[in-house]
Design a protein around this ligand. Structure first.
Ligand SMILES: [Zn+2]
Length: 400
């Protein structure tokens, strides 16, 4: 049998690891749960070092049969010498733009596609502001699965990668939340794998591999702080989980790094709730950082918990300062990130200025995606623009 199950985050009911939307007992969200005795017997620094240079390097700490490899994971961790000197810290960049579709979402899509294969699911579907759609399309292509992507028209960076990989891309004249609503209707009708639905507990596990890798790349020493941007909050929550799991697995020890989350002012439901010490309320995003334009962050409370429990903080970065930080990153390191990288650097600069990160501390900045997406296509991208109406989407899909 597999070494993992699904466990409800609310009532702790344990269930077999199948694609399900929620806990069957209380409808709560579920997480993958591992047999830690088995993990500790199987995993050591030596077995990890002998593993593949992909997310499956950490296969015993992941769901899925660990066969599908699109090249996701094991991205470079580089020392940013000049920017370190400028900021007075020892800064490393985790270059997630080195993943096959140029963002960390390839890690999530790989796990989702593998679990889909494991369960005989033949179609992957997701809502996306850009990066997840590209990643899901690519993983589906490699796995021989169909892919359907819903993206807000005009507000997303979705495009040639997803379409070239054979996905059916619907540009919805509406918001990301409209895409999610349409997806909910599809869920009722089709036995598909929804990367941000019934496959999400598995897919989200992919994000924690960033933690595993960066600690291994620092010779198994935890950094003092990690800074990353936040959209749904999944990345922060899973970074924290991954750091704790390294300790549980016996792979690293020592105090956990402080986690710093960053959101743009125009899409800051998590950062605002953190600042005001209240519950998260849904907002309508108004940001030019498409990859962070999420108004209803599913892992927001967990992300706040990750930041608070480690002694970090959440930072909001002004919209008109973001491109300055994206440029500063490029000018001082040579790394051209997407604007989410500028948001993260803005938070790091703020943390250094306020003393929350101290002189000489060892810091990892997670650069979640690359600044350039390829347009090397010699024909128009096959994106179908639709209104945010279920009937229109179903007609396009041939269902009446
Ligand atoms: Zn439950």
């Amino acid at each position: 049998m597999s070494g993992y199950a699904l466990r409800c985050r609310v009532c702790e009911e344990v269930a077999p690891p199948e694609p399900v939307d929620a806990c069957r007992r209380c409808d709560g969200p579920t997480d993958v749960a591992y047999d830690w005795e088995r993990v500790r017997r199987t995993v050591s620094r030596e077995t990890v070092a002998a593993g593949p240079r992909s997310v499956w390097r950490y296969a015993p700490l992941l769901p899925g049969a660990a066969r599908l490899d699109v090249g996701a994971g094991w991205t470079p961790l580089v020392r940013a010498g000049r920017l370190s000197s400028l900021l007075g810290v020892e800064l490393f960049l985790k270059l997630e733009g080195a993943n096959p579709t140029l963002s960390f979402k390839d890690r999530l899509a790989t796990i989702a596609a593998q679990v889909a294969l494991d369960h005989g699911v033949t179609t992957l579907c997701c809502s996306s502001t850009g990066n997840l759609g590209d990643a899901v399309a690519a993983a589906a292509a490699a796995a021989g699965l169909e892919a359907i992507v819903l993206a807000p028209a005009g507000e997303s960076a979705i495009g040639s990668t997803a379409a070239a990989a054979g996905a059916r891309v619907f540009a919805v004249r509406g918001t990301y939340d409209d895409c999610r609503r349409l997806q909910g209707a599809l869920r009722e009708l089709f036995p598909w794998g929804f990367v941000d639905g019934n496959l999400h507990p598995y897919a989200a596990e992919g994000a924690k591999t960033i933690s595993f890798e960066l600690v291994e790349q620092l010779d198994w020493r935890q950094p003092d702080a990690i800074v990353c941007p936040a959209a749904s909050g999944t990345l922060l929550a899973k970074l924290a989980q991954g750091l704790a799991e390294l300790e549980t697995a016996g792979l690293s020890a020592g105090p956990l790094p402080r986690l710093f989350g960053a959101q743009p002012a125009g899409a800051s439901p998590i950062a605002s709730a953190y600042a005001d010490d209240r519950n998260i309320s849904r907002i309508r995003p108004a940001t030019h950082v498409h990859s962070l334009a999420i108004g209803d962050p599913a892992y927001g409370e967990l992300a706040i918990g990750a930041v608070r429990s480690t002694g970090g903080r959440f930072v909001t970065v002004d919209e008109d300062e973001i491109s300055r930080f994206t440029d500063l990153l490029a000018e001082s390191t040579g790394v051209f990130a997407d604007c989410a990288g500028g948001v993260a650097l803005g938070a790091l600069v703020d943390a250094v200025a306020s003393g929350a990160i101290e002189h000489g501390e060892r810091v990892v900045l997670v650069v979640t995606g690359a600044g350039i997406k390829p347009h090397g296509h010699d024909r128009p991208v096959a994106v179908e623009e639709i209104d945010p109406h279920v009937d229109e989407l179903l007609a396009r899909l041939g269902v009446s």
